[in-house]
Design a protein. Structure first.
Length: 219
């Protein structure tokens, strides 16, 4: 995983934990919340991995039952080892495998972010995350005004919080950090929306960012 991508994931968790006005947080507060965020990621990864193991056990049990109940094994003597049999890829099995893969991917991602954020030689992750938070703190009114302006009449207070936080991070990067290619910032904001928010969130986020890019002449 690239350091900047890890920073954006960590920033999203950081933003989700703000419980008061952004101006009331200090740089030390941001760092403390980031440590807490890494712990949350580690705990989440542990739980996701447990779910993955559970899915694997379910699939193994299903395969063993299918093999044991196959007609070629039902006629074998009691105690005889079952013969391997061909199996159809049923919808149920595909669903279980898809679930397991999704859980495993999230667990690996969480562990990668936690590793990036805690390794001494990966301080760039924490520094860039803090840079986003500090820049948003300094320009939060302008950022939220941009969201309100292009959110098609929606009151910003009524927007899905996850969408709002993703937009806040991306707009802060685009207008005030300006340390990453525009396309990368937008693409990764859309990916965060697909991964963590509602079905329509990615197109909503993409639409607002596209208008902001045009309005501000960004390239």
């Amino acid at each position: 995983m690239q350091a900047r991508r890890a920073s954006r994931e960590l920033a999203l968790i950081l933003f989700s934990q703000f419980e008061k006005e952004i101006t009331k947080y200090s740089k030390e507060d941001f760092e403390n919340i980031m440590v807490k965020s890494v712990r949350i990621l580690s705990d989440s990864a542990s739980e996701e991995l447990k779910l993955t193991v559970g899915s694997l056990i379910d699939i193994k049990s299903m395969l063993e039952d299918y093999e044991a109940e196959h007609e070629s094994n039902l006629s074998r003597p009691i105690g005889a080892k079952n013969k391997p049999v061909q199996i159809p890829m049923t919808d149920e099995m595909i669903e279980k495998v898809d679930t397991m893969l999704d859980v495993a991917e999230k667990a690996i991602l969480a562990l990668e972010i936690a590793e990036f954020a805690t390794l001494e030689n990966q301080s760039d992750v924490k520094n860039y995350t803090a840079k986003i938070a500090e820049s948003f703190k300094a320009h939060h009114k302008e950022v939220d005004e941009q969201i309100q302006k292009y959110s098609n009449g929606w009151d910003i207070s009524r927007l899905v919080k996850m969408d709002k936080d993703i937009l806040r991070i991306a707009i802060t990067e685009l207008l005030f950090v300006q340390d990453a290619p525009v396309k990368v910032v937008v693409d990764e904001a859309v990916e965060l929306a697909k991964k963590y928010s509602t079905e329509d969130s990615s197109s909503f986020v993409n639409g607002i960012l596209a208008k902001i890019i045009v309005e501000n002449g960004l390239k």
